[in-house]
Ligand binder design. Sequence first.
Ligand code: SF4
Length: 329
Amino acid sequence: MSIGFETGVSVAGTLGVIRHDWTREEVRALFALPFPELMFEAQRIHRLHFDPREVQISTLLSIKTGGCPEDCAYCPQSVHYDTGVAAAKLMDLGDVLAQARAAKASGASRFCMGAAWRSPKDRDVEQVCAMVAGVKALGLETCATLGMLTALQARRLKDAGLDYYNHNIDTSPEYYGEIITTRTYRDRLDTLGHVRDAGIHVCCGGIVGMGEAPEDRVGMIATLASLPVHPESVPINMLVRVEGTPAAARDGIDPLEFVRTIAVARITMPASVVRLSAGREDMSEETQALCFLAGANSIFYGPKLLTTPNPEPDRDRRLLDRLGMVPME
Ligand code: SF4
């Protein structure tokens, strides 16, 4: 156990021990650490589990866009909001594989396929299984985000070769009702349980800058860090404000508070890959560099994240070069 410099705040369990009993009080205390102290702890822990120069690179493709019946307050693909996103059917297998080949050629090691469904029908899952098998055969890791799954659907995807399933808890249990009313926090945790039971790695994180209070960021990280097994991948997203969505009108957060959220995720989930996820397009390169120092070690590569913009790959390559960082093999 180590003690925060001159703060008396315990940043318990930081000798690389992986804990699942983080209390809100402990997580709140981490957020409250002086910035240099928090960054030092995050870097120290990061180096116990990862090479700090390495960044895992994923590419995300929207395989079925828009028309989603859910009402997630941040999402331009919901039918509840007028955002100008045109709905499109599930992509053809050949088109998906062509995009996966291009992603691999650009240096991606994981290919994520996202579909705007509340929950897929079994026949949808079969089509996605064919995509998973095809992408896997290209030598890429596979990830999918398709909404709520049954236990059987999760097993089917595992059999097809799915490595990761993304299903974010989004925010704290208390703030969840302000973000989504068409499903519950419990629904979310149930799907995560099915995914974990099927033997698929879990990708699960949340979004900040949606008008939540600091305590909601504490609640979100404490929930993730107290799961029986930490998600192997933890995406931390800065809200991309899309006109027409309710969350776009809510208060954002200071970029340094975003960096703190990354650092607390790193400290509490030492062996997880923490992804600096959506929101990079509007983030300065200096903020992104601070996120890497805070323990982020994954990014999405490619000009688009589902329906919202992302930095051009060339710009990302230049940033990683300037920082002396390299793609994780
Ligand atoms: S985040 Fe996913 S579930 Fe929510 S509205 Fe968008 S596509 Fe639907």
